[in-house]
Write a protein that binds this ligand. Structure first.
Ligand SMILES: NC(=O)c1ccc[n+]([C@@H]2O[C@H](COP(=O)([O-])OP(=O)(O)OC[C@H]3O[C@@H](n4cnc5c(N)ncnc54)[C@H](O)[C@@H]3O)[C@@H](O)[C@H]2O)c1
Length: 338
């Protein structure tokens, strides 16, 4: 298919682009480079040699730019990764998250409607659930996001549902990601955050490199087996595979779906640290810091709907995720070249 991928140079989008292109899809990537470097495009092309991959630098909120990207391009489906993703930033600047994540999607949906494009896979998030009423989170769990980032994801899900109610042929997949980590097994592609990482794995890899002195563990007094926070980590390559499964579902089953994409089990921070040390043969120093406001003690996905409907299951284990993340960071200590 001819697939338009927004945010395709970002962490999850780039890995998914490689898998889409290797599966024979022809790609038109749109990214504003707000959180990505242009050299990611070269790596995508390197890992999918000979594939048809075009790139347009544009913001999804720019209706005129979208119009010219869609015009005559024969787009058949959209994968919509473009968005901002920092919970703390969203608390400091909620309007930005509403504008970029919800506003950007609204403009994208208008362009799709004008060009008769009826299939979209959207990057939603487990943050749509909020404080757990029961675990694992199933898709029917109460939706009460605890921060503007999660609210923007839920608002987009609602917008997609409204669009599906309005337009008979419109189908969407809202994929509620849990905690993607890891990197392409080649070591050529991975997560490349700016500044000090907010997420555990890039923080760990930077401590292992010696760029950060010690791991900081926020909270060791949670009601979890070892007191540290528990999350459902999944390999970014598994997540990429989930997108291909969702695209096939939209086309073959001709229905919309909201599905969790997670491994279906949790690991504590100390368990991830142990797995990282085993996978890399390095010992890392760490400190215990106070809990971060708004953090949830533990959560993981019920991933059975994705297994049943999409035929998708996470395949990689935690040590694979750590080993691949480390391979990427060790081979690219400064991330992607400028
Ligand atoms: N990484 C996670 O832990 C996680 C978890 C759940 C959901 N998500 C969602 O998945 C999506 C991808 O996440 P990621 O980790 O790859 O983030 P990322 O920041 O690496 O990728 C997002 C990409 O979108 C681009 N972008 C942002 N706003 C844009 C705009 N208005 N117009 C055009 N391009 C724009 C950025 O430049 C970047 O390349 C996001 O929507 C994020 O909210 C991520």
């Amino acid at each position: 298919m001819r697939v338009l991928v927004t945010g395709g140079l970002g962490y999850i989008g780039s890995h998914t682009c490689v898998e889409l292109a290797r599966d024979g899809h022809r790609l038109l990537i749109i990214d504003n480079l707000g959180n990505a470097k242009p050299s990611v495009l070269e790596r995508i092309r390197e890992l999918a040699p000979g594939a048809a991959i075009e790139f347009v630098r544009a913001d999804v909120r720019d209706a005129a730019a979208l119009e010219s990207a869609f015009a005559g391009a024969g787009i058949e489906a959209v994968m919509h990764f473009a968005g901002l993703k920092s919970v703390s930033e969203s608390m400091a600047n909620p309007a930005l998250y509403r504008d970029n994540n919800l506003g950007g999607t609204a403009i994208l949906l208008k362009a799709m409607a004008r060009h008769g494009v009826e299939r979209i896979v959207f990057s939603s998030s487990a943050t749509v659930y909020g404080v757990p009423e029961q675990l694992p989170y199933t898709e029917s769990h109460r939706l009460q996001p605890a921060n503007p980032y999660g609210q923007s994801k839920l608002q987009v899900e609602r917008l997609l549902a409204a669009q599906a109610a309005l337009r008979a042929g419109f189908r969407y997949a809202a994929l509620r990601y849990f905690n993607p980590i890891g990197a392409h097994p080649s070591g050529r592609m991975g997560e490349d955050p700016r500044g000090v990482p907010e997420n555990l794995l890039p923080y760990l890899t930077q401590v292992a490199l010696g760029r950060l002195p010690r791991l900081r563990i926020y909270g060791a007094d949670y009601a979890t087996p070892d007191g540290t926070g528990v999350r459902d980590y999944l390999h970014v390559m598994d997540l990429a595979a989930g997108h291909l499964a969702a695209l096939a579902y939209l086309c073959d089953r001709d229905r919309s779906i909201c599905a969790n994409l997670g491994a279906g089990r949790g690991y504590s921070v100390l368990e991830v640290l142990g797995a990282f040390e085993r996978a890399t043969g390095r010992k890392l120093a760490y400190d215990i810091a106070p809990r971060r406001p708004g953090d949830i003690a533990a959560y993981h996905a019920d991933a059975s709907l994705a297994a049943r409907e999409l035929g998708w299951k996470a395949r990689y284990g935690i040590e694979d995720m750590c080993r691949d993340a480390w391979r990427w960071q060790a081979q690219n200590p400064a991330g992607y070249p400028d």
